[in-house]
Design a binder for this molecule. Structure first.
Ligand SMILES: Nc1nc2c(ncn2[C@@H]2O[C@H](COP(=O)(O)OP(=O)(O)OP(=O)(O)O)[C@@H](O)[C@H]2O)c(=O)[nH]1
Ligand SMILES: [Mg+2]
Length: 613
């Protein structure tokens, strides 16, 4: 009833946006029987027809109804579209969604919570022997908990195999006849090369509680006496039925004070360590330190590379012989092991590509990557801006003559959707019925080369396709520019521009400026300008017309671009480094034209870089 009254008061001045909002809620409410029907009907009548069409199930934004301009939800639904258009609309919507996120989600990133192993407890025991009724204390000490290390490994390529929670093995408890507990085995977290490890700071909300906070949390709401009791239970082991008597004794209280002092020192040292947050850039395998496996068989002297220590295991507790003294000949208590360190780490993987493609949206970067990898790179191609949302790395395998795996002059690399449709048609027509699987084929065929051709691969390098870079990307316009981190350490960059645009040279200036804004000096790594979509300018397959005039115009445009690059983009001689001009190559990525030249040049840049290394 309260809802209905409130709604009536609101309905008087007709405010359409408010009403639209209210009616949605109201119709949704109607479906749950919350509002009387006449109130709902009145609201319905006072609305414009488009708003009234909203049904209870559409109270949330309908699927695929993004408006082009601002990415707002509209009432247009996908139901009127055919399957093809619906797929395209869904793709576009995903792009919009990603752009609205405004976060750095271009990289493989994971937060893990790490705990060192708990130390083993000390033991309270007394030696037993025939004719020796009162043997000496003989409880062993607990073993230390296992440490946690991080090891960069060249065989891994993603962080997907890294567990989110890691807890190292606990130390073994001490036992009678002076047997100390076993040290917990170290836990090694293997991460790919190129991982950046950062410890989350104290004030980071994503951080898990450390061992002290966890202990305090367990004590919350307890009375002082209960707290003391619990703390004691967590720190001390008593001989059976001796607890009450122990706590009364001076010797125990003295031991408790000593242990407390020790604990305070340990905490202080831990806090000091925590003030230096871990920050590792794991680029090389050699950076690891060598550590001796604590559980290696005696005398083997085996040493293993564990990597970088990130969380120490807890300390093992003392056995009762530790408390033997002139005034306490038969200590009936021992200490428990301490908790291992608990920290949270953020792991971020930088992609490591030899070459990075940089270009405006729709320049054809993804098409180029697909073309030079023979269609193996799983990157999406479509005719709208920001099709590519994440950097994608593809491997190019080249031969001496510049041909590469999958190379086929004139092969069409179409938009992903068109290729999917074509494939589906072929599938329906049964064209794949007798196709051999990858394993059924002869090994050489898998590489796309002739059986007799002995030189099927001479060189291999990786190329990263990136999202489009636009003017003011540094102000987070478009997809921002943080994805450039993935090619930050690529030794060579390649600009991809659309030659069919009126002024491709302007694109180049924007790209260079954005690279410089991301990291000063980064644009000096650019080696090549790929002038794509040359087919659209006279004589090409898409241009079709191919009249003489258009060809001349295209040549002039290319010459102007070359001239511009020579004048504006030549890297001057610096220190010991020679100056160099950027290469300019006209291509058609879509129709695989002139790609051998591109592959050969790229190979040259990578070879240069590897030589320097
Ligand atoms: N005619 C012609 N069209 C091309 C060529 N290369 C790419 N295209 C088309 O240009 C459009 C954009 O291509 P993409 O490869 O998705 O462009 P991109 O640079 O990856 O774009 P973003 O991922 O949005 O940054 C698609 O429709 C391609 O089919 C080319 O050489 N010739
Ligand atoms: Mg792309």
């Amino acid at each position: 009833m309260l809802h209905a009254l409130n709604l009536r008061t609101f309905l008087r001045p007709i405010n359409v946006p408010l009403l639209t909002h209210l009616s949605r809620r109201c119709f949704a409410a109607e479906s749950y029987g919350l509002l009387p029907k006449h109130v709902v009907e009145k609201a319905r009548q006072s609305l414009p027809p488009s708003a009234v069409q909203v049904t209870p199930t559409q109270a949330s934004p309908p699927e695929g109804s993004l408006s082009e301009e601002g990415g707002n939800w509209t009432s247009r639904s996908l139901s009127g579209l055919d399957e093809d258009e619906r797929a395209a609309a869904k793709r576009k919507r995903r792009t919009e969604w990603k752009r609205r996120q405004g976060k750095e989600n271009f990289l493989d990133h994971v937060i893990i919570h790490v705990r060192g192993g708990k130390g083993g407890d000390g033991c309270v025991a007394f030696h037993r022997e025939k004719f020796k009724p009162y043997g000496p204390p003989s409880g062993g000490s607990g073993g230390s908990g296992g440490d946690v290390y991080i090891l960069p490994t060249p065989h891994l390529t993603t962080l997907s195999s890294v567990p989110v929670r890691v807890r190292a093995q606990a130390g073994g408890h001490g036992q009678g006849t002076w047997q100390n507990g076993k040290t917990g085995a170290p836990t090694i977290i293997k991460v790919p090369l190129g991982t950046i490890v950062r410890q989350l700071a104290q004030n980071d909300p994503r951080r898990a509680k450390d061992e002290f906070e966890a202990e305090e949390e367990g004590m919350e709401g307890l009375e002082v006496e209960e707290k003391r009791k619990k703390l004691r239970a967590m720190r001390w082991v008593h001989y059976p039925d001796w607890e009450d008597e122990n706590v009364e004794r001076d010797t125990f209280q003295e031991a408790e004070r000593t242990m407390y002092r020790e604990e305070r020192e340990r905490r202080l040292a831990r806090k000091m360590r925590a003030s230096h947050l871990i920050h590792l850039d794991l680029d090389k395998v050699e950076e690891t330190v060598e550590a001796k496996d604590p559980n290696a068989p005696l005398g083997t002297g085996r040493k293993e590379s564990f990597g970088h220590l990130v969380a120490r295991g807890g300390v093992g507790g003392y056995g009762n012989p530790h408390f033997l003294g002139p005034d306490n000949r038969s200590p009936k208590f021992a200490t428990r092991g301490t908790e291992g360190e608990r920290i949270s780490l953020s792991l971020e993987l930088k992609l490591l590509a030899d070459i990075g493609l940089v270009g405006m949206p729709n320049a054809g970067k993804s098409t180029l990557l697909r073309a030079i990898t023979g269609g193996r790179a799983r990157t999406e191609v479509a005719g709208y801006a920001f099709t590519t949302l994440n950097p994608i790395v593809g491997v190019v395998r080249v031969r001496d003559d510049g041909s590469f795996e999958g190379w086929d002059e004139g092969r069409v690399v179409d938009e992903t959707r068109a290729e999917e449709l074509k494939e589906r048609e072929m599938l329906d027509a049964g064209e794949f019925a007798d196709a051999l699987t990858r394993n059924q084929k002869a090994p050489r065929e898998n590489w796309g080369y002739e059986q007799s051709d002995a030189t099927f691969e001479d060189f291999r390098f990786t190329v990263a396709d990136n999202p489009g870079l636009i003017s003011q990307a540094s102000d987070n316009v478009g997809l921002g520019h943080s994805f450039l981190r993935s090619i930050e350490r690529s030794p060579a960059l390649v600009y991809v521009v659309d030659l069919s645009e009126p002024a491709p040279w302007d694109e180049l200036v924007v790209l260079r400026d954005e690279l410089e804004k991301y990291q000063p000096g980064m644009s000096l790594k650019a080696r090549l300008v790929v002038a794509n979509k040359a087919d659209l300018l006279g004589g090409g397959q898409e241009g079709m017309g191919g009249d003489e005039e258009a060809v001349m115009e295209a040549r002039e445009k290319l010459a102007r671009l070359q001239e511009f690059v020579k004048n504006e983009f030549t890297v001057p001689q610096r220190d010991m480094l020679p100056g160099r001009e950027l290469d300019v190559v006209p291509i058609s990525a879509k129709f695989s034209m002139n790609l051998r030249k591109v592959a050969t040049l790229m190979r040259g840049y990578v070879e240069d870089a590897r030589e320097v290394e």
